[in-house]
Design a protein around this ligand. Sequence first.
Ligand SMILES: Cc1cc2nc3c(=O)[nH]c(=O)nc-3n(C[C@H](O)[C@H](O)[C@H](O)COP(=O)(O)OP(=O)(O)OC[C@H]3O[C@@H](n4cnc5c(N)ncnc54)[C@H](O)[C@@H]3O)c2cc1C
Length: 570
Amino acid sequence: MTEVLTHDLLIVGGGAAGLRAAIAAVEVDGSLDIAIVSKVFPMRSHTVSAEGGAAAVLREDDNLDLHCFDTVRGSDFLADQDVVEIFVKNAPEEIIQLEHWGCPWSRDSNGKISARAFGGMSVKRTLYASDKTGFHMLHALFQTSLKHASIQRYDEWFVTSLLVEEGRCVGVTALNLTTGELYPIVARAVLLCTGGGGQIFPFTTNASIKTSDGMALAYRAGAALKDMEFVQYHPTGLPGTGILITEASRGEGGHLVNKEGERFLERYIPGKMELGPRDILSRSIMTEMEEGRAFEGLYGQYVHLDLSHLGEKLIDEKLPFVRELVVKFVGIDPVHVPIPVRPVVHYMMGGVSTDINGKTSLSGLLAAGEVACVTLNGANRLGSNSLTECLVFGALSGKAAAHDVLERKPVPQNPIQQLAEEERKRISKKFLEKEGGKERVSSLREEMHLTMEKNCGVFRTGQGLQEACTTLRELRERFDDVVIEDRGRVFNTDLTAALELDFMLDAAECITHSALAREESRGAHSRLDFPQRSDEKFLHHLLSYATPQGPRLEQQAVTITRWPPQERKY
Ligand SMILES: Cc1cc2nc3c(=O)[nH]c(=O)nc-3n(C[C@H](O)[C@H](O)[C@H](O)COP(=O)(O)OP(=O)(O)OC[C@H]3O[C@@H](n4cnc5c(N)ncnc54)[C@H](O)[C@@H]3O)c2cc1C
């Protein structure tokens, strides 16, 4: 019998949300035994690549109501407003807390934390540490977590399933990637902080580890996913690689220009221009492409992001990483030459449905960060709200999870062995000891990518979405016949790629089914066959529940406190 590993609280994910949650839980009770499981070393979590900054009201020309309103309007009135209010209220103290933990925020000459403009924000509110904000934040959180001996880590362990006993989540099964051994890890509460799933699409800014694992784990265990149809395209990625050119480059004054040399945003959002929200900018660029005003290159169409008028000094001071990336990956220097860019999949507004404290509909299971949908972002997230979301809701869920643990009895161990044994058999039978099988992970993944890009991108139609639903169902069936070549145990990336594809197929189905059901255009969800927003029919969230036939959808009311829905104007 395999050893059963036991902790009080188990956090899956070592990015900003997971680390912030762990520290919050220790602060509730230092004697709690807390573990963090992460499929990569925590400092390699996607948070590390965040560039632009984290939003919070810290400056005199700003106020809490304005940040609330910007977020609600940015969400196209689908955010839950009680959530937005808590978020905005807690954000400043989280930023200052991070300062005390050693995050080296950039400073103005008067010593205050520097802020830059970001899309959809009415004032300069995006606080930054040069253009490596995620790197510095994650470092500060990681170092702080190391001070607490009661936080243990399982680095390079891959969670394959949630253990559910009598309607309660009691732990996970996880593969130790170094040995290939599968272990049950039991806990009185499990907090998912596994990040997003941009890899469901072929062209994305997201690291290759962002494969919607936590969403699929929760969904399979019976919890609901929420607002999955809302997938954010960032307007400025490098063609070919999808590497992000941060919004900070527009915040600092960069221009978007088409083939004719026009600042074409004049046509679409003259009041905000480059500082418009991401959904509107992405649609504008796609329209320029469709109407023949974009450049044609090796990797398809693109427009220019011109920073050359900003000057070398400003670029080196405020955007050094942008310069480094463009020199290395495009071979041009943005100080002198415009950068080729195009919209790229960046972020999932949807995720595991939670309340303000991260609790899901499954007892013992919580979620925070990008994997969760606490419903801050609604139909479109504003840039720089996400890092702060990880801090605010990471902290609230870490606290709630710790209190949950203190109230619960230890988990009985008997059924755990059996549940873990079933999972071990599933993985053996399906992958490691499978006889026959003719489908390849890479080709199924490619087919998923093709249908998602073609039918579920910036612009969508009912017909295309129906096609995507059908294709994904077929891929789900064909996945049963998948075969992996590496049957070894040590760092079997063939196996983890198969498990990740399995997760992505589940999340992709939730995205396309919800998108098909939402017959309106709102935020990042733009239906050519239903171009208007319809508050009468669709001012609600869509919840996806797993069934053997695919997702079953349910509606949930939007919480409106102080900002009644109105036309979204900039
Ligand atoms: C290039 C880029 C730039 C960005 N810039 C900004 C910005 O400037 N401002 C902003 O607000 N937002 C930005 N974002 C968004 C923001 O960075 C993310 O939404 C946020 O960092 C997510 O943090 P997280 O803690 O939820 O997840 P992540 O940082 O993605 O961490 C996920 C963790 O879960 C673990 N994990 C996942 N699956 C498993 C599994 N099966 N088993 C075990 N462990 C698992 C991983 O190992 C990892 O530790 C950016 C995103 C990208 C991609």
